[in-house]
Design a protein around this ligand. Structure first.
Ligand SMILES: Nc1ncnc2c1ncn2[C@@H]1O[C@H](COP(=O)(O)OP(=O)(O)OP(=O)(O)O)[C@@H](O)[C@H]1O
Ligand SMILES: [Mg+2]
Length: 242
Protein backbone atom coordinates (compact mmCIF):
# COMPACT_ATOMS: atom_id res chain seq x y z
CA UNK A 1 0.00 0.00 0.00
CA UNK A 2 1.24 3.44 -0.87
CA UNK A 3 0.66 5.05 2.51
CA UNK A 4 0.46 2.60 5.35
CA UNK A 5 -0.28 5.02 8.21
CA UNK A 6 -3.37 6.92 7.12
CA UNK A 7 -6.27 4.68 6.10
CA UNK A 8 -8.70 7.46 5.16
CA UNK A 9 -7.83 11.05 4.37
CA UNK A 10 -10.55 13.59 3.59
CA UNK A 11 -9.46 17.10 2.61
CA UNK A 12 -11.64 20.16 2.02
CA UNK A 13 -14.57 17.99 0.98
CA UNK A 14 -17.69 19.87 -0.10
CA UNK A 15 -20.84 18.33 -1.51
CA UNK A 16 -24.05 19.96 -2.70
CA UNK A 17 -27.36 18.28 -3.43
CA UNK A 18 -28.89 21.04 -5.54
CA UNK A 19 -28.86 24.06 -3.25
CA UNK A 20 -28.29 22.02 -0.11
CA UNK A 21 -24.72 22.03 1.16
CA UNK A 22 -24.56 18.52 2.63
CA UNK A 23 -20.79 18.68 3.35
CA UNK A 24 -19.04 21.94 4.05
CA UNK A 25 -15.24 21.80 3.79
CA UNK A 26 -14.86 18.55 5.71
CA UNK A 27 -11.33 17.61 6.82
CA UNK A 28 -10.25 14.59 8.82
CA UNK A 29 -8.07 11.49 8.82
CA UNK A 30 -8.55 7.97 10.12
CA UNK A 31 -5.33 6.18 11.03
CA UNK A 32 -4.57 2.62 10.05
CA UNK A 33 -5.87 0.21 12.71
CA UNK A 34 -8.19 2.78 14.25
CA UNK A 35 -11.77 2.09 15.29
CA UNK A 36 -13.39 5.36 14.29
CA UNK A 37 -16.95 6.30 15.21
CA UNK A 38 -18.54 8.99 13.06
CA UNK A 39 -21.40 10.51 15.02
CA UNK A 40 -23.97 13.19 14.39
CA UNK A 41 -27.71 13.77 14.19
CA UNK A 42 -29.97 12.67 11.33
CA UNK A 43 -29.07 14.51 8.15
CA UNK A 44 -25.63 15.60 9.45
CA UNK A 45 -23.78 14.20 6.42
CA UNK A 46 -22.47 10.82 7.63
CA UNK A 47 -23.88 8.66 4.83
CA UNK A 48 -22.99 11.31 2.26
CA UNK A 49 -19.36 11.15 3.44
CA UNK A 50 -19.40 7.34 3.28
CA UNK A 51 -20.96 7.35 -0.20
CA UNK A 52 -18.22 9.66 -1.46
CA UNK A 53 -15.51 7.61 0.24
CA UNK A 54 -16.76 4.39 -1.36
CA UNK A 55 -17.28 5.97 -4.80
CA UNK A 56 -21.08 5.77 -4.79
CA UNK A 57 -21.50 9.52 -4.90
CA UNK A 58 -19.66 12.41 -6.54
CA UNK A 59 -18.56 15.64 -4.83
CA UNK A 60 -18.04 19.28 -5.71
CA UNK A 61 -14.65 20.03 -4.16
CA UNK A 62 -11.92 18.38 -2.16
CA UNK A 63 -9.91 15.20 -2.18
CA UNK A 64 -10.47 11.77 -0.67
CA UNK A 65 -7.73 9.16 -0.32
CA UNK A 66 -7.57 5.61 1.01
CA UNK A 67 -4.07 4.54 2.02
CA UNK A 68 -2.80 7.32 -0.22
CA UNK A 69 -4.82 6.32 -3.31
CA UNK A 70 -7.19 8.92 -4.71
CA UNK A 71 -10.75 7.50 -4.63
CA UNK A 72 -11.69 9.20 -7.92
CA UNK A 73 -8.57 8.61 -10.00
CA UNK A 74 -7.39 5.34 -8.43
CA UNK A 75 -10.80 3.91 -7.65
CA UNK A 76 -9.81 0.35 -8.55
CA UNK A 77 -7.27 0.28 -5.72
CA UNK A 78 -9.49 2.11 -3.23
CA UNK A 79 -12.55 -0.08 -3.84
CA UNK A 80 -10.48 -3.21 -3.22
CA UNK A 81 -9.30 -1.74 0.08
CA UNK A 82 -12.79 -0.85 1.32
CA UNK A 83 -15.72 -3.01 2.40
CA UNK A 84 -19.06 -1.24 2.77
CA UNK A 85 -21.97 -2.27 4.96
CA UNK A 86 -24.52 0.28 3.73
CA UNK A 87 -27.32 1.88 5.72
CA UNK A 88 -29.94 0.49 3.35
CA UNK A 89 -30.42 -2.94 1.78
CA UNK A 90 -29.52 -3.12 -1.91
CA UNK A 91 -29.35 -6.80 -2.87
CA UNK A 92 -29.92 -8.38 -6.27
CA UNK A 93 -33.40 -9.94 -5.91
CA UNK A 94 -32.72 -12.86 -8.28
CA UNK A 95 -29.70 -14.38 -6.52
CA UNK A 96 -29.53 -16.65 -3.50
CA UNK A 97 -27.60 -15.14 -0.64
CA UNK A 98 -24.66 -17.49 -1.28
CA UNK A 99 -24.62 -16.55 -4.98
CA UNK A 100 -24.70 -12.86 -4.27
CA UNK A 101 -21.64 -13.15 -2.03
CA UNK A 102 -19.80 -15.09 -4.75
CA UNK A 103 -20.77 -12.48 -7.37
CA UNK A 104 -19.55 -9.69 -5.10
CA UNK A 105 -16.20 -11.48 -4.69
CA UNK A 106 -15.99 -11.70 -8.48
CA UNK A 107 -15.76 -7.89 -8.70
CA UNK A 108 -12.45 -8.21 -6.87
CA UNK A 109 -11.04 -11.00 -9.02
CA UNK A 110 -11.56 -13.74 -6.44
CA UNK A 111 -12.08 -17.11 -8.14
CA UNK A 112 -15.50 -18.76 -7.73
CA UNK A 113 -13.97 -21.67 -5.78
CA UNK A 114 -12.35 -19.57 -3.08
CA UNK A 115 -15.27 -17.13 -3.08
CA UNK A 116 -17.71 -19.96 -2.43
CA UNK A 117 -15.61 -21.22 0.49
CA UNK A 118 -15.25 -17.76 1.99
CA UNK A 119 -19.00 -17.10 1.50
CA UNK A 120 -19.82 -20.30 3.41
CA UNK A 121 -17.42 -19.33 6.21
CA UNK A 122 -19.00 -15.90 6.55
CA UNK A 123 -22.55 -17.27 6.39
CA UNK A 124 -21.63 -19.70 9.18
CA UNK A 125 -19.97 -16.94 11.21
CA UNK A 126 -23.16 -14.85 11.05
CA UNK A 127 -25.49 -17.83 11.57
CA UNK A 128 -26.99 -17.72 8.08
CA UNK A 129 -25.99 -21.18 6.83
CA UNK A 130 -29.60 -22.38 7.07
CA UNK A 131 -30.63 -19.62 4.61
CA UNK A 132 -27.73 -20.24 2.19
CA UNK A 133 -29.96 -21.10 -0.78
CA UNK A 134 -32.71 -18.54 -0.09
CA UNK A 135 -33.09 -15.21 -1.81
CA UNK A 136 -32.66 -12.17 0.42
CA UNK A 137 -36.44 -11.55 0.44
CA UNK A 138 -36.78 -14.62 2.62
CA UNK A 139 -34.58 -13.13 5.35
CA UNK A 140 -35.71 -11.17 8.38
CA UNK A 141 -34.46 -7.59 8.87
CA UNK A 142 -31.71 -8.68 11.28
CA UNK A 143 -30.63 -11.45 8.91
CA UNK A 144 -30.40 -8.95 6.02
CA UNK A 145 -28.19 -6.80 8.23
CA UNK A 146 -25.91 -9.79 8.79
CA UNK A 147 -25.87 -10.44 5.04
CA UNK A 148 -24.74 -6.85 4.45
CA UNK A 149 -21.83 -7.55 6.79
CA UNK A 150 -20.94 -10.79 4.97
CA UNK A 151 -20.93 -8.92 1.67
CA UNK A 152 -18.76 -6.13 3.08
CA UNK A 153 -16.24 -8.72 4.28
CA UNK A 154 -16.18 -11.11 1.30
CA UNK A 155 -12.98 -9.69 -0.23
CA UNK A 156 -11.24 -9.30 3.14
CA UNK A 157 -10.93 -5.49 2.92
CA UNK A 158 -8.39 -3.49 4.92
CA UNK A 159 -10.98 -0.89 5.90
CA UNK A 160 -14.50 -1.76 6.92
CA UNK A 161 -17.07 1.01 6.53
CA UNK A 162 -20.22 0.38 8.53
CA UNK A 163 -23.22 2.71 8.26
CA UNK A 164 -25.32 1.96 11.36
CA UNK A 165 -24.52 -1.76 11.32
CA UNK A 166 -26.59 -2.66 14.38
CA UNK A 167 -29.66 -0.45 13.80
CA UNK A 168 -32.71 -2.69 14.16
CA UNK A 169 -30.74 -5.65 15.53
CA UNK A 170 -31.84 -7.59 18.63
CA UNK A 171 -29.50 -7.69 21.62
CA UNK A 172 -27.98 -11.06 20.81
CA UNK A 173 -27.17 -10.03 17.25
CA UNK A 174 -25.82 -6.69 18.42
CA UNK A 175 -23.40 -8.44 20.77
CA UNK A 176 -22.40 -10.93 18.06
CA UNK A 177 -21.59 -8.05 15.71
CA UNK A 178 -19.74 -6.10 18.41
CA UNK A 179 -17.57 -9.11 19.27
CA UNK A 180 -16.74 -9.72 15.64
CA UNK A 181 -15.90 -6.06 14.95
CA UNK A 182 -13.65 -5.92 18.03
CA UNK A 183 -11.91 -9.09 16.82
CA UNK A 184 -11.39 -7.68 13.30
CA UNK A 185 -9.98 -4.48 14.76
CA UNK A 186 -7.64 -6.48 17.03
CA UNK A 187 -6.44 -8.30 13.93
CA UNK A 188 -5.46 -4.93 12.46
CA UNK A 189 -8.43 -3.95 10.30
CA UNK A 190 -9.38 -0.29 10.29
CA UNK A 191 -13.05 0.27 11.12
CA UNK A 192 -15.12 3.35 10.26
CA UNK A 193 -18.54 3.18 11.83
CA UNK A 194 -21.57 5.42 12.13
CA UNK A 195 -24.06 4.87 14.88
CA UNK A 196 -26.74 6.56 16.94
CA UNK A 197 -26.01 4.14 19.76
CA UNK A 198 -23.63 5.83 22.21
CA UNK A 199 -23.00 2.57 24.04
CA UNK A 200 -21.74 1.11 20.76
CA UNK A 201 -19.41 4.05 20.16
CA UNK A 202 -18.14 4.04 23.76
CA UNK A 203 -17.59 0.32 23.91
CA UNK A 204 -15.92 -0.25 20.56
CA UNK A 205 -14.20 2.80 19.22
CA UNK A 206 -10.85 4.51 19.87
CA UNK A 207 -11.49 7.79 18.06
CA UNK A 208 -14.68 9.80 17.67
CA UNK A 209 -15.54 12.34 14.98
CA UNK A 210 -18.64 14.48 15.30
CA UNK A 211 -20.37 16.03 12.31
CA UNK A 212 -23.27 18.45 12.44
CA UNK A 213 -24.94 20.16 9.48
CA UNK A 214 -22.16 19.08 7.15
CA UNK A 215 -19.35 20.44 9.32
CA UNK A 216 -16.89 18.59 11.51
CA UNK A 217 -17.44 19.78 15.05
CA UNK A 218 -14.81 17.69 16.86
CA UNK A 219 -12.39 14.83 16.23
CA UNK A 220 -10.31 13.19 18.90
CA UNK A 221 -9.58 10.35 21.23
CA UNK A 222 -12.80 8.82 22.55
CA UNK A 223 -12.54 9.83 26.19
CA UNK A 224 -11.55 13.42 25.43
CA UNK A 225 -14.45 13.85 23.00
CA UNK A 226 -17.00 12.25 25.32
CA UNK A 227 -15.96 14.59 28.15
CA UNK A 228 -16.32 17.69 26.00
CA UNK A 229 -19.28 19.54 27.49
CA UNK A 230 -19.62 21.88 24.54
CA UNK A 231 -20.84 18.92 22.49
CA UNK A 232 -23.84 18.25 24.68
CA UNK A 233 -26.30 19.76 22.20
CA UNK A 234 -25.10 17.51 19.40
CA UNK A 235 -24.96 14.48 21.70
CA UNK A 236 -28.48 15.08 22.92
CA UNK A 237 -29.64 14.88 19.34
CA UNK A 238 -27.46 11.86 18.69
CA UNK A 239 -28.72 9.87 21.65
CA UNK A 240 -32.26 11.00 20.87
CA UNK A 241 -31.98 9.31 17.47
CA UNK A 242 -31.93 5.74 18.85
N1 LIG B 1 -29.61 11.77 -2.79
C1 LIG B 1 -29.88 12.89 -2.13
N2 LIG B 1 -30.50 13.92 -2.74
C2 LIG B 1 -30.75 15.07 -2.08
N3 LIG B 1 -30.43 15.30 -0.78
C3 LIG B 1 -29.83 14.30 -0.13
C4 LIG B 1 -29.52 13.04 -0.74
N4 LIG B 1 -28.91 12.25 0.17
C5 LIG B 1 -28.85 12.96 1.30
N5 LIG B 1 -29.38 14.20 1.14
C6 LIG B 1 -29.45 15.27 2.15
O1 LIG B 1 -28.13 15.51 2.61
C7 LIG B 1 -28.11 15.72 4.03
C8 LIG B 1 -27.18 14.71 4.67
O2 LIG B 1 -27.78 13.42 4.56
P1 LIG B 1 -27.03 12.10 5.02
O3 LIG B 1 -27.78 10.94 4.49
O4 LIG B 1 -25.59 12.20 4.69
O5 LIG B 1 -27.20 12.19 6.62
P2 LIG B 1 -26.78 11.18 7.77
O6 LIG B 1 -25.84 11.92 8.67
O7 LIG B 1 -26.33 9.90 7.20
O8 LIG B 1 -28.16 11.01 8.55
P3 LIG B 1 -28.86 9.69 9.24
O9 LIG B 1 -28.31 9.64 10.65
O10 LIG B 1 -30.30 10.05 9.24
O11 LIG B 1 -28.55 8.48 8.43
C9 LIG B 1 -29.58 15.64 4.47
O12 LIG B 1 -30.10 16.96 4.52
C10 LIG B 1 -30.25 14.83 3.38
O13 LIG B 1 -31.61 15.17 3.25
MG1 LIG C 1 -27.05 7.99 7.23
Amino acid sequence: MRNSDIAVSIKNLTKFYGDLKALDNVNFEVKRGDFFAFLGPNGAGKTTTINILTGLSNYNAGEVRVFGYNTTIEYQQTRRLLGLCAQEFNFDPFLTIHQLLVYQAGYFGITPGSASKRADELLARFQLTEKRNCKHRALSGGMKKRLLLCRALIHDPEVLILDEPTAGCDLELKYLIWDYLAQLNNEGKTIFLTTHNMEEAEKLCKTIGIINQGRIVRIGEKRAVLQDKSLEDVFLEVTGGE
